[in-house]
Design a protein around this ligand. Structure first.
Ligand SMILES: [Fe+2]
Ligand SMILES: [Fe+2]
Length: 258
């Protein structure tokens, strides 16, 4: 079975790419479950209830997120009522929302989707490696297909998570850097791995933001407000092929379009 994972949807450029291409990708790639990281879908900063509903209505089954999930306060009440929108599981339990969802794919197979966040050059959270162990221990053994969004800054932490979960999950897919990496592979235990799926948004930018503002920010060190860029739209995603009997990945392919 094929599972689609779309990298960080950034602002209106990213949302319109998903609106334009998702249904075609689902049919041409025979997708059984469509997941996307949506932490930047509202103007680059967070997600609103309205935008979450818009993305679900386009055909996305599960939305993951990351550090930007807390940017828009109106999402706090939405999270506990809508378990299909995940936040990183290793934030404190008392925060709204959840980082694990078990859902049924279009072919009837149960799929666990997990959202975890790294700790290197990231906000302070609980250990994502130990949290992953806790989440896996809570899963029914018959839920064999397991997809992890590891939202982290550095490739070393992401690769370490890939090896930590090798053979225990179907895929560890990195998000957050907004740059797709060419290191997709199936690890020895049957876990598909890619350091970063990349951004779905405006590439004529600095990781999504208007480039002159971002450059000025680096030149001056001032907290200059960043706007989302409007041009260079590209959709970046990854398709993982999983054997539903074993939960092992048998293939992983990058997918992109404009
Ligand atoms: Fe992001
Ligand atoms: Fe992020």
């Amino acid at each position: 079975m094929n599972i689609l994972f779309i990298g960080d949807i950034f602002a209106s450029v990213g949302r319109s790419l998903v609106a334009r291409h998702l249904q075609d990708i689902i049919s041409s790639e025979k997708i059984q479950l469509a997941i996307a990281n949506a932490e930047n879908s509202a103007g680059g900063f967070g997600i609103t209830p309205l935008i979450a509903q818009e993305l679900f209505s386009m055909g996305l089954d599960v939305l993951t997120s990351g550090n930007h999930i807390w940017d828009k306060k109106e999402i706090f009440d939405y999270l506990p009522r809508n378990p299909r929108l995940l936040r990183p599981a290793n934030y404190p339990d008392e925060l709204p929302g959840c980082g694990l969802l078990v859902t049924k794919a279009r072919n009837g197979v149960q799929v666990a989707v997990m959202d975890l966040q790294g700790r290197v050059h990231m906000p302070a959270t609980d250990c994502p490696f130990r949290k992953a162990d806790v989440l896996l221990a809570s899963l029914d053994a018959h839920v064999k297909v397991r997809i992890v969004d590891f939202h982290a800054e550095v490739t070393s932490e992401k690769m370490a998570m890939g090896w930590h979960l090798n053979g225990r999950v179907s895929a560890v897919l990195g998000t957050h850097t907004h740059v797709p990496t060419a290191d997709e592979r199936v690890l020895s235990g049957g876990t598909a791995y890619q350091s970063d799926v990349g951004m779905t948004g405006p590439y004529d930018s600095v990781i999504g933001s208007e480039k002159t503002l971002a450059v000025r920010r680096f030149l001056t060190g001032m907290p200059i407000r960043l706007d989302s860029a409007k041009t260079g739209g590209e959709l970046h995603a990854t398709v993982v092929t999983v054997d539903p009997q074993t939960g092992h990945a048998v293939g992983i392919r990058r997918f992109s379009c404009r």
